[in-house]
Design a protein around this ligand. Sequence first.
Ligand code: GLV
Length: 309
Amino acid sequence: MALILHVRTAREQWWQAHLQSLLPEIECRLWSQPGNLNDIRYAVVWAPPAGGLRQFKNLQFIVSIGAGIDHVLADPQLPMDVPIIRTTGAQMTQRMREYVCLHVLRLHRGLDSQIRAQSSRQWHNVISPSADQRTVGVMGLGKLGAAAAATLVELGFRVRGWARSPHDQHGVYCFSGADGLADFLSQCEILVCMLPLTAETDSILNRQLFEWLPTGAHLINVGRGEHLHEDDLLAALATGQLGSATLDVFRQEPLPANHPFWVHPAITITPHIASMIDPETGGQEIARNLQNFVAGQPVADLVDARRGY
Ligand code: GLV
């Protein structure tokens, strides 16, 4: 009985060693050395190559090393009857809360203009509004979105949330569905996209959405690159409809060296690091989900591949 692992090459030995120590009864094999394909019962993957998973005829389930499963569903030959378990542990939620708060606070307090002022020795002594005067919108109220929204509430922001279906969250003014979108956006000075990527959310961050935001609003995208219509973003920054964009995810990753986002003065780029899963804490989460699934116990992160998230 074996498990096959597909992760970025630089980290594959680290992952293999950890999963092997947590799951001594299962042989953990690297994608490049799969051995007998019929031994493979479980696949633990990030962005597996198209057609790769269907070679394993005895596959019982697929674990996404990530909260999103779009990188698995992107495979047109994916065996759709094989269940998928996503990975969202306490550390992942914690890292995401840190990243969202870091950038919301940076934008809220105008840190970029302070750094610019320092570079020309200017004493930029301004008073910024306090958090209770600032409205932040979170799109996507799943596990990570809800946790980030709750942390923003604790910091004192006025928080709005939007999701596909109605939600009820303490301190968060919730909106839902296509009908609630314009209303939700109308007050969001800082908008954080934490949506899953589905056919409905592809390119949702587009010209129309930007127009519904207050002029000069700031965008933070920690969802997926495909949520963002790139040309519409550049146009909205050019007119000032958007004040800035902070992007952690991109249509093409790594972001190509000649991409205009790299040098845009109003765009801050981070390389898909908002919330990474590490083999130590993430491995424990994966091993626990795997053992529960095998034992027929409930697995909270089991997802419905047909729903898409
Ligand atoms: C990372 O992007 C994830 O899906 O966890």
